[in-house]
Every structure is written in structure tokens, then in C-alpha cells.
Design a protein around this ligand. Structure first.
Ligand SMILES: [Zn+2]
Ligand SMILES: [Zn+2]
Length: 315
């Protein structure tokens, strides 16, 4: 009988079993001891959901449930790698229109942030714009968390993961977790400013920290749904330890996705910066950089979800 430790190929084969006497027929039952399968005609039923094996006399269970479990285990024990990367890239496209809509809303939510570049009134507008900017960020992290929790259990569909009504109905939790993630990835910045770091050094040190900590913060927020574990470096280290080598493979894949999204956003930013500051240009800019940022975060979440599914109950 199949075991969780069996290799993926063996599990897939078990899921393709046919009736012992009718090889062309999909089985209705399968023996829990010897693995022999029986169709509806051949099965010696006891009640509607069980049967007795004609070979060894052990209990037989419905084949459909068995197949579902075998395929799930096959998926779980397969190596986390290229197929997951491709799956994650395609995952947000399962709900392409919804994701595109969400990404435009995200883009508009960060509309006012470039106003910080303007003197006087710009700072005021930029500061007011922090509120929608933060809310947009919170909803994006919320969608990412929903993806992680959904995929972590082995699901591959995208039903309801981009549904923001759940996030809005529990807006307190959504906001609190977003705050925790932003603090976790951004706390070195004020300290670096205080010790006098500036220019490129400041930029790179804060970026490296944010990039290194973001997947951990997002994972901790999704799994615990609590504020403090996200900020706890020991929780982050423990998570990395439990994920082992898988974590580093995940991290490299995330880096690839972010590098692509960041270069795309940078190309647009640099090309638009050549023009004089104009509200309409800022709007177009927000609508153009929103989608790649949002998409990259959803892909990141799908990668984390797939990686956690492999780790199973250890986290
Ligand atoms: Zn048997
Ligand atoms: Zn049969």
C-alpha cells in the first residue's frame, strides 16, 4: 500500500491502478493492504463506502479518495524546482482579469508617492498619499497571504485567493500584518540614516536587507496571522532552519522574479523622469509600474506556498 515516503513515480503509478479483472475499467475500490484494485462489478462490498479484498481479505477503500491522496503525496514529495517556478509564473494568470484589476488599483494607490519629489506642497500631497499607498500595500500583502495559505495545503487552483472582501471585512488584521511586514523589512533605514549612511551605501544596505527579509516576513505573517512573530528574527531563523535547502532554492527564484519586475519598473521610471513633472504622467507611471510589482508579489506568494507545501507539518 502507498506510504507518504514512497517516491513520486510509485505514487503516480498507484493512482493509475485498474481493476484486477477488467484492465480497461477505472476501479471503484482499492485494498489498503496489497493494493489490488476492483471495479464496481468485482468489488465484494460491505456497505456503500468499503469492500473486502478478494486476494487478502483486508479492507478496501474508495479508489477516488485513494487516488486523490496518492497524487497529493506524489506532488508533495516531488522536488521543489523549475516546474514550481513555471507554475508560480502562471498562477496569477489563472485569474488574469481580477489580478490585472487589483494591480491597477494597487498602481493608483501609490499615485501620490512621487509627489515627495516636489518641494513644499509636494511633501504635503506625498504625506497624505501615504494613506492610500499603505492600504494598497496592505491589500497586496493580504492577497499574497491568501495565496500562501491556499497553496500550502496542496491546492493548485486560485479560487477566492484574490477576493479582497475577506481582507476588507477583517481590515484590522490586514492592516496590522502589513504594518508588521513593512517594519520588518524597513526598520534598518532610520538607523542607517542616524549613523550617517547616505547615497548608494544607504540604498544598497537597505535594499539588501529588505530583499533578504521580505519572503520570511510574508511567510510568518501568513502562517501566524500575528504581529510580533513577523518582527522576531528568531522566528525567521527557525523558519529558515525548518525549510533547509528548500529555502535557498525559493530565495533564488524570488530574486529572479524581483529582478525582472524591478528592471521593468526602473525602465519606465527612468524614461518618464526625463519629462517635467505632470499629474497625468504620474498617473500613467503609477498604472504602468503597478502591474509588474503586484504580479511579482503574487508569483512570490505562489512560490512560498509551493515551498511550504513540500515542508508539510514541519512549519
Ligand atoms: Zn488485498
Ligand atoms: Zn472488475
Amino acid at each position: 500500500m502507498i506510504q507518504p515516503s514512497d517516491n513520486p513515480e510509485k505514487l503516480k503509478l498507484a493512482a493509475q491502478a485498474v481493476c484486477r479483472n477488467h484492465p480497461q475499467v477505472t476501479p471503484a475500490f482499492v485494498c489498503t493492504a496489497c493494493g489490488t484494485a476492483y471495479c464496481n462489478v468485482c468489488a465484494k462490498r460491505i456497505g456503500s463506502t468499503a469492500a473486502i479484498c478478494l486476494d487478502c481479505g483486508s479492507l478496501c477503500v474508495p479508489f477516488r479518495d485513494f487516488k486523490e491522496k496518492a497524487l497529493l503525496r506524489a506532488d508533495q514529495s516531488s522536488r521543489f524546482g523549475v516546474s514550481d517556478f513555471l507554475f508560480a509564473l502562471r498562477y496569477p494568470l489563472q485569474q488574469a482579469m481580477t489580478v490585472f484589476g487589483c494591480s491597477l488599483i494597487y498602481g493608483i494607490s501609490i499615485y501620490f508617492l512621487p509627489y515627495f519629489a516636489l518641494p513644499d506642497a509636494g511633501a504635503l500631497l506625498g504625506t497624505i498619499g501615504l494613506i492610500p499607498g499603505f492600504l494598497g500595500q496592505a491589500l497586496m500583502f493580504g492577497c499574497a497571504s491568501q495565496i500562501i495559505r491556499h497553496l500550502e495545503t496542496g491546492h493548485k487552483d486560485s479560487q477566492s485567493v484574490f477576493d479582497i472582501t475577506d481582507l476588507l471585512s477583517d481590515i484590522g488584521e490586514t492592516v496590522l500584518l502589513a504594518l508588521a511586514i513593512l517594519i520588518a523589512v524597513g526598520w534598518p533605514l532610520p538607523i542607517l540614516l542616524k549613523i550617517g549612511l547616505a547615497g548608494r551605501a544607504l540604498f544598497w544596505v537597505s535594499i539588501v536587507w529588505a530583499v533578504a527579509y521580505y519572503p520570511l516576513a510574508l511567510t510568518l505573517a501568513s502562517l501566524t496571522k500575528r504581529f510580533w512573530p513577523v518582527l522576531n528574527p528568531l522566528a525567521a531563523l527557525s523558519l529558515m532552519y525548518k525549510m533547509g535547502g528548500l529555502y535557498w532554492r525559493l530565495f533564488v527564484m524570488c530574486l529572479g522574479v524581483w529582478a525582472a519586475a524591478a528592471s521593468l519598473a526602473a525602465v519606465f521610471l527612468l524614461s518618464v523622469l526625463r519629462y517635467t513633472f505632470h499629474p497625468l504622467i504620474v498617473l500613467i507611471l503609477a498604472l504602468i509600474v503597478g502591474p509588474p510589482i503586484f504580479y511579482a508579489n503574487m508569483v512570490t506568494a505562489a512560490l512560498i506556498g509551493r515551498a511550504l507545501f513540500r515542508v508539510g507539518d514541519k512549519v
